[in-house]
Design a protein around this ligand. Structure first.
Ligand code: ACM
Ligand code: ZN
Length: 643
């Protein structure tokens, strides 16, 4: 992984294994053809580099013959990527003989990013450099640093020293302990203070290291939400003026803009990136509704609601960033209230925001949570470290296709790339972070680089296994794909029981946030997987109350349904289940009540069947699951099984 242009020649000379085929390359190149024979690396290997005009600065072609290697590229990036390909073919010099071939290669998308949440848990410069090495190997070219958030500010700003003397430190190491305590901060150097920040020299070092590997470092400065740490240090920038009482900047106050423009000026001076990310996600905006300054701003600027007030703020900041010759990126909430001209949108709440932005002529980076949020567990949650929840295995990440059939052809030029995101609330250590990134980020690297027709999961899985082995040899803590347990077994094949295909009457309406497949879902023979949002679990904020019609009077010996509990997204067991039966659909008799025995305090993913054995003949079965008494809690079930 530590492979730079002149060094590689030495490494290759030390090679010792047998011939390697081009199938070893990730991301898979646009075209490669075996031409017969092998090239054996000598102590002085023959690698010729020729500059020649090509369609894009990252493109390259490479001919490997019995006599040596010839690389053609128009730019430094193309040459660098050719050497990355060669490095993979020789497994970093472990292989001394490679098959002769011709490769023509260029990226599908110009933005191929990875996101690092260094706020929730600070990461060292060394950690970031190590990940840059791996990113470069897979031809990724953007490192998005989420530098600011409630859990800690991570960047030296000369004009506002309290950001790093105070807002970069907290009393609790574990994010959840901090979150469930009073979410306070600590003075730098005080007993137990946990956190950290990058000095400007640190950042220069990261930028230079990344630049040598053709990676641009994009800073994110969050606004208007996720800003608790700033507003604890400088409470006058919030609506209430009080520390620990606000998460959103006050866009009614001029000093908020003074602060943000001063910070952004220092950021822009430090980071040479094309883009400056200004956040924009998940602002509560609650205080804005009553804050006199915000209300005055809304009157003066003729803004109809707080979404328009956020849009006013983002427009102003965008104009400021543009005046310095840079472009903003924002999370897809920057659509609310109107997009700022020239803004690039990062679509995370699904793809709809991205699709709408493209149609309006804005560039879009796709990172929909269901495919690109690597903070979800990558294997069966009971075998994985605690995570934010969900289940996102390699195959699903790899299966993400950014080009959607609903995207108008004329807007496709605005789809500029993809990004792997890793929020690190539950990821305290560097090793754990690497484990969550690799190999799933490699899947997105291939999605970002390789053409659609060249991508194939079975091939990728085979190619990535030795790559991971090599990464482990090089000191990365990757997930071990060989040991993958996979999806919940029940969900891997169809269920067979007497109610499959039976019609279901909903006595309480389906909640449209989690409808699964609608009215057929509870009798479709499809069990849910590890994730409540996999489209197979039906979620209810009310009681579940459904009547299954078996079509005719039928002997029944078992009725049951499995519920999921996962405290993070507020999913709990029902307090009890009542099962009624009827031959005519009019008169129902209770045959069983099943009480819950799972504590709501258990944070882990759990499944429990609420079922009964019986010996009856019936046509209708009414299955009622009562809410568990946790206000705002969800009930999730996947199938009503009758035997
Ligand atoms: C986000 O995940 N809040 C962008
Ligand atoms: Zn305000």
């Amino acid at each position: 992984m530590k492979f730079l242009l002149p060094l590689c020649l030495l490494v290759i000379a030390a090679a010792e294994l047998g011939a390697q085929t081009p199938e070893a390359i990730i991301p898979v190149p646009s075209e490669y053809t075996l031409t017969g024979g092998t090239y054996r690396f000598k102590e002085e290997p023959s690698v010729k580099v020729v500059r020649s005009a090509m369609s894009c600065p990252e493109a390259y072609s490479m001919k490997i013959t019995r006599n040596g290697v010839k690389i053609k590229a128009s730019g430094d990036a193309g040459i660098f990527y050719a050497f990355q390909t060669l490095d993979q073919m020789t497994r970093g010099g472990r292989i001394k003989e490679i098959l002769c071939c011709e490769i023509n290669d260029s990226p599908r998308f110009r933005y191929r990013g990875m996101h690092f949440d260094v706020s929730r848990h600070f990461r060292s410069v060394e950690f970031l450099k190590k990940q840059i090495d791996a990113m470069a190997s897979f031809k990724m070219n953007r490192m998005h640093l989420h530098l600011t958030d409630g859990a800690g500010w991570r960047l030296q700003i000369d004009a506002y020293p309290r950001l790093t003397e105070f807002a970069a430190w907290r009393p609790q190491q574990i994010w959840k302990d901090w979150w469930t305590a009073d979410r306070h901060y600590a003075e730098e150097g005080s007993a137990g203070a946990y956190g950290g920040y990058y000095t400007k020299d640190d950042i220069r070092e990261i930028i230079e290291y990344a630049h040598q590997r053709h990676i641009e470092v994009i800073p994110e400065i969050e606004m208007p939400g996720h800003s608790e740490e700033v507003l604890a240090a400088y409470p006058e920038l919030g609506c209430s003026g009080l520390p620990y009482k606000q998460a959103d900047f006050c866009p009614g106050k001029e000093k908020t803009f003074e602060f943000l423009e001063t910070v952004l000026s220092e950021v822009i001076e430090l980071f040479p990136s094309e883009y400056i990310h200004i956040g924009g996600d998940e602002a509560g905006k609650g205080l804005w509704k009553t804050c006199p300054d915000c209300q005055k701003r809304m009157r003066e600027e003729n803004l109809g609601d707080v979404d328009e007030l956020q849009s006013y703020m983002i427009h102003r900041i965008s104009e400021f960033v543009s005046s310095k010759g840079r472009k903003i990126i924002g999370w897809d909430e920057i659509l609310d209230g109107g997009l700022a001209p020239g803004a690039t949108v990062m679509s995370w709440r699904g793809t709809q925001g991205g699709i709408e932005s493209m149609a309006m002529g804005h560039d879009v980076i796709m990172c929909p949570g269901n495919f690109c949020y690597l903070d979800h567990a990558q294997d069966a949650p009971f075998r994985e470290p605690e995570s934010i929840g969900g289940y996102l295995p390699l195959e699903i990440v790899y299966g993400y296709e950014p080009e959607d059939v609903t995207m108008p052809k004329e807007s496709l030029d605005h789809l500029i790339g993809v990004q792997a995101n890793l929020w690190s609330e539950y990821i305290p250590s560097d090793q754990h972070a690497e484990y969550m990134y690799w190999p799933r980020a490699i899947a997105l690297a291939e999605t970002g680089w390789s053409s659609r027709g060249n991508r194939d999961y079975d091939s990728f899985r085979k190619r990535v296994m030795p790559v991971l082995e090599r990464m482990r040899e090089d000191g990365y803590s990757t997930f071990c794909l060989e040991n993958e347990y996979g999806e919940r077994k029940l969900a891997q094949s169809g269920l067979k029981h007497k109610a499959v295909g039976a019609s279901v009457k909903y006595n309480q309406p389906i909640n449209m946030s989690y409808p699964a497949s609608g009215e057929t879902s509870l009798t479709d023979g499809v069990a849910g997987g590890w994730s409540n949002s996999d489209g197979r679990w039906q979620g209810f904020l009310s009681d579940v109350d459904v009547t299954v019609d078996l079509g005719e009077v039928t002997p029944v010996h078992y009725v049951g349904a499995t519920f999921m509990q996962l405290a993070g997204p507020y999913i709990f067991m029902p307090e009890k289940v009542e099962i009624y039966v009827s031959r005519d659909g009019a008169e129902f008799g209770l045959i069983s009540e099943i009480w819950n025995d799972v504590s709501v305090k258990c944070p882990d993913l759990l499944f429990r069947s609420f079922d009964t054995l019986c010996d009856i003949e019936t046509r209708y079965i009414r299955y009622v699951a009562r809410q568990g008494g946790v206000p705002g809690g969800w009930l999730f079930l996947d199938e009503i099984i009758v035997n």
